[in-house]
Write a protein that binds this ligand. Structure first.
Ligand code: NAD
Length: 498
């Protein structure tokens, strides 16, 4: 049995808590390794070491820190194939999709290479007589990231690349379901020249997360995962005086107007709904065709497109998607399919009971399609996070647009149309954080920033981009005067610039 250790001070460190989590191969359902689960004492040890390491790293000039990012980017490119295969072996997504996972993280590393430019402060000469005012951006110190299973490369890189380039030390508590790629990221950072102790990987579950949330030396927590946990992390971390950004779950809608290019729409939505077995927070699991004609045509073409998908093991280059993450998650998704049936939606394609020859115990679910879903159904209100596309029919654009706006989640939404004015109005009014116009998965590029609204995000700064720099730095503002010897009156009133 392979053991996956913590990565502390540049070294592989076996766990001492005596607790372990099983790592499955989702393609076979077999246990392939076990991961150490940290105790509070182990978290504290990693944090204390990071505090020591951060002092020097924070004092290193920004350009030298950026050079580590340049070298890291080159190493990620060099090791892309190896990382992608490793990622797929624990997550189950197909290897080409794992490369996308790494590439989207690498793009944040590219952004981080230019961070010195964003660390420059502001300066006002002569804000008052002989007075200059300037502001500095300084690192917070030691910060932590807690990440989900579904993007084990991209999301740790969203956070850590920005945090490190800003001069912080970073403690990563990755998902305990697929922890190997995060450890490799730590090894590659050391190879890129990052000093030991500045990036620590500590594995664990709730016990480790709770220790981070209350630790007095952790200045900020970045979390991505499901909404209930995100809200808990936000509330607990904030109550302990930390800056917290906590991204949660999603239920993204794709609105299809009658004038849209339906062939393109079906091509886009089939990938966005079923890619990565639907286990993406920016997946598109709800389609809303406007008008009965559009709905009938969409269902007909989507049924053919979904039926033609190949579900396979993650190393199958022909497969469109692989298994879901665990037996428990497969059972949960299948229970939601049954719920949809019980609630009265039309089950057009049923992906339950899919068995792959030679991989009968793998966690595979075939493409599932529901028509005539309604907003009252619980299976619509909840995030399913599986290869299940639900179609809600709407009569008008207003009715369609109200659905994502009124939904509890507000991560992403897409509108498919040739009508620029309708799209523009929609963008202006929709109550959702990230919008695509004829783009099914509108994940912003690395120099913008990522964040949903409502139950999809707690906290007020987005991931990566300039918001990331704001999150991982604090502003110090200096008001400076060099007295010229002319001693003025004693001042008992608050200084003003009158
Ligand atoms: P999860 O909430 O189960 O786990 C996320 C992290 O929280 C993990 O590191 C886990 O160890 C930890 N955790 C789990 N239970 C905990 C508890 N009770 N107390 C403290 N910590 C706990 O999420 P997941 O299943 O790994 O990931 C899927 C979810 O993440 C989906 O809801 C998906 O939409 C969401 N997600 C959101 C975004 C986004 O940016 N909004 C991106 C990716 C995934």
């Amino acid at each position: 049995m392979r053991d996956i250790h913590h990565f502390i001070n540049g070294q592989s460190v076996p766990g001492t808590s005596g607790r372990f989590g099983d790592i499955y191969d989702p393609n076979t359902g077999k246990i392939q390794a076990r991961v150490a689960l940290a105790s509070g004492a182990e978290i504290d040890d990693a944090v204390q070491k990071a505090v020591k390491a951060q002092a020097g790293w924070g004092a290193t000039n920004p350009q030298r820190r950026a050079r580590v990012m340049f070298a890291f980017k080159a190493l990620l490119e060099k090791h892309m194939d190896e990382l992608a295969v490793l990622l797929s072996s624990e997550h189950g997504k197909v290897v080409a999709d794992s490369k996308g996972d790494i590439q989207r993280g690498l793009e944040v590393v590219e952004f981080a290479c230019g961070i010195p430019h964003l660390l420059k402060g502001d300066y006002t000469e002569g804000a008052g007589p002989g007075i200059d005012v300037y502001s500095l951006r300084q690192p917070l110190g030691v910060v932590a990231g807690i990440t989900p299973f579904n993007f084990p490369a991209m999301i740790p890189l969203w956070m850590s690349a920005v945090a490190l380039a800003c001069g912080n030390a970073f403690i990563l508590k990755p998902s305990e379901k697929d922890p190997s790629v995060p450890v490799r990221l730590g090894e590659l950072l050391i190879e890129a020249g990052l000093p030991e102790g500045v990036f620590q990987v500590v594995h664990g579950d709730k016990e480790a997360v709770d220790a981070l949330l209350v630790h007095p030396d952790i200045r900020a927590i970045s979390f991505v995962g499901s909404s209930d946990i995100a809200q808990y992390v936000y509330a607990t971390g904030s109550a302990h005086g930390k800056r917290v950004q906590a991204m949660g779950g999603a239920k993204n809608h794709g609105i299809i107007l009658p004038d849209a290019d339906l062939d393109q729409v079906v091509r886009d939505i089939v990938g966005a709904a079923y890619g990565s077995a639907g286990e993406r927070c920016m997946a598109l699991p709800v389609a809303v065709p406007v008008g009965a004609k559009t709905a009938d045509a969409f269902i007909e073409r989507m049924t053919d497109a979904a039926r033609a998908l190949k579900v396979g093991v993650s190393t199958d280059a022909e497969a469109h998607y692989g298994p879901v993450i665990s037996a428990a998650h497969k059972a949960k998704v299948e229970a939601y399919i049954q719920m949809g049936v019980d609630e009265g939606a039309d089950l057009v394609l049923d992906g339950r009971g899919l068995k792959l020859q030679g991989h009968e115990d793998g966690y595979f679910i075939g493409p599932t399609l529901f028509d005539k879903v309604t907003p009252q159904m619980k299976s619509y209100q909840d995030e399913i996070f599986g290869p299940v596309l639900q179609v809600i029919r709407a009569e008008t654009l207003e009715e369609a647009a109200a659905l994502p706006s009124q939904h509890a989640y507000g991560n992403g939404v897409a509108i498919f149309t040739r009508n620029g004015l309708a799209a523009r109005e929609f963008v202006s009014k929709v109550n959702v954080g990230m919008v695509g116009i004829n783009v099914p998965i509108p994940v912003p590029v690395a120099y913008h920033s990522f964040g949903g609204w409502k139950r999809s995000a707690f906290g007020d700064l987005n991931q990566y981009g300039e918001d990331g720099v704001r999150f991982y730095t604090k502003v110090k503002t200096v008001t400076s005067r060099w007295p010229d010897g002319d001693i003025g009156d004693q001042a008992f009133i608050i200084p003003t610039m009158k």
